[in-house]
Design a protein around this ligand. Structure first.
Ligand SMILES: C[S@@+](CC[C@H](N)C(=O)[O-])C[C@H]1O[C@@H](n2cnc3c(N)ncnc32)[C@H](O)[C@@H]1O
Length: 254
């Protein structure tokens, strides 16, 4: 497979054009054909790349007091798989899942009294003066965002962090492995989307640029693939604040 197209600075297409650049991707055709088995098949397919329970365990372990009434945002929540796993582990948390796709959270199976889903951009949340969040999760979203929009999106995300709040970014880290290439194939060919992948250093630089006072407090690899890189930043705790319950263990794990 030619991998030259993986260069992170490939020219981006406008956002709308990148959502479904082919008339009907292989993935959409297969999903449509699966009918009522679609959800189970989609979960199994996702599990080949990411163990969402392991991700949720790790995210929850970043939170010091899991029984606190945390406000959680998931940007790019998709159908709600990660939201389901995560909310289950944070019994007092409330969650807002947003996505630019229609009908976000449609397969969420958790407690609907604690979860809200909205089809919008993070910029709209900022424009609406949405109160800040103790934990913001961005899982496998950044590589779908065009270069021209990326800094604006991350900057909006950072602006929604409460003092001491945690920003958790999970990305499919670019490397030369077969696993990485299979993920690229899945996004680019099966789903038919334009993608641009990062390595850990690029992610750290991006957030350091836009949130210079936030500190990386944890780094994890999430099963079953080493490409699943999870980085967690913590916003500074203001002197006037006692600090939220969402305080990460300050020791990064390799
Ligand atoms: C690979 S899915 C990840 C879904 C979920 N976070 C997970 O880890 O299972 C990427 C999602 O990001 C969404 N997305 C892409 N660009 C976005 C943006 N600028 N704002 C919000 N969501 C976005 C897509 O619509 C899609 O649902």
């Amino acid at each position: 497979m030619a991998v030259a197209t993986l260069h992170p600075h490939d020219a981006p297409a406008p956002l709308a054009a990148r959502r479904y650049p082919v008339a009907m991707s292989i993935g959409r055709l297969v999903r449509r054909a699966l009918g009522s088995y679609e959800q189970k098949a989609a979960d199994r397919y996702r599990a080949f790349f990411l163990d969402t329970d392991a991700l949720a365990d790790t995210l929850a372990s970043s939170v010091r007091d899991r029984d606190a009434p945390l406000r959680v945002l998931e940007l790019g929540c998709g159908e709600g798989l990660v939201a389901t796993s995560l909310l289950h582990r944070l019994p007092q948390a409330t969650m807002l899942g947003v996505d630019i796709a229609d009908d976000p959270g449609r397969n969420f199976t958790g407690d609907r009294t604690r979860a809200t889903f909205r089809s919008c951009t993070v910029g709209q949340l900022v424009a609406d003066d949405t109160p800040a969040f103790d934990l913001v999760v961005v899982s496998d979203v950044l590589h779908h965002i065009p270069d021209a929009d990326l800094r604006g999106v991350v900057s909006d995300v950072v602006s929604l962090l409460a003092p001491g709040g945690l920003l958790a970014i999970k990305e499919w880290e670019r490397d030369g492995s077969l696993a990485f290439r299979s993920g690229w194939f899945s996004d680019r060919v099966v789903s038919g989307q334009e993608v641009r992948f990062f390595d850990g250093a690029e992610l750290r630089r991006l957030v350091a640029d836009l949130a210079p006072h936030a500190a990386v407090v944890a780094e994890h690899r999430i099963a079953p693939r080493r490409c699943n890189l999870l980085l967690v930043w913590q916003a500074p705790v203001s002197s006037s604040s006692a600090g939220p319950a969402a305080t990460a263990d300050a020791t990064p794990t390799p």
